[in-house]
Design a protein around this ligand. Structure first.
Ligand code: FMN
Length: 148
């Protein structure tokens, strides 16, 4: 089972999330490829069974150029038959904009016809023990659902 994790990270928090999830999925036997959004074509998801996007949110929900470009590429894809999950790190002091870009991407994947495999995992800033548990649980859920 192939999984592709794409992450957007300025200060490393979302990259850390991607690393944790990658290790978890490898432990569950997935063939995982992980890449920075700036060096990835959205069409790379076409090679995977499980498509994962992990992102920051900056600027009160507005997308940075790198994730806006990827978002446009993503929306042009047909991902029917594939599973997806979104995750990300934000800051609750931004109120209604907390992790807004995670939810933007959740909507885009649904519009591409993919099936959501786990609920979005949203954490605050750097992953602490509680956040790591949430990522581990999500990975387990992905494995339980995809390896019957
Ligand atoms: C200028 C600025 C704007 C931000 N805007 C938001 C926001 O709108 N929503 C949110 O949830 N977090 C916001 N954050 C918090 C970051 O998303 C958070 O620190 C995140 O962990 C950064 O991830 P990264 O280390 O992967 O870049 C903002 C941070 C900065 C510095």
């Amino acid at each position: 089972m192939k999984a592709r994790i794409v992450y957007a990270s300025m200060t490393g928090n979302d990259e850390d999330m991607a690393d944790i999830l990658e290790e978890d999925l490898q432990d569950y036997g997935f063939d995982v490829e992980t890449s920075d959004v700036g060096f990835t074509d959205a069409s790379d998801y076409l090679e995977s069974d499980l498509c994962i996007f992990i992102t920051y949110t900056y600027g009160e929900g507005a997308m940075t150029d790198e994730i806006a470009d990827f978002y446009e590429e993503l929306k042009a894809l047909d991902l029917s038959g594939k599973y997806f999950a979104v995750m990300g790190s934000g800051d609750k002091t931004y109120g209604e904009h907390f992790c807004e870009n995670v939810f933007d991407y959740e909507k885009a994947f649904k519009e591409c016809g993919a099936t959501e495999i786990t609920k979005p995992v949203t954490i605050e800033n750097a992953p602490d023990d509680e956040a790591i548990d949430l990522i581990d649980q999500a990975a387990k859920e992905m494995a339980d659902k995809l390896h019957d």
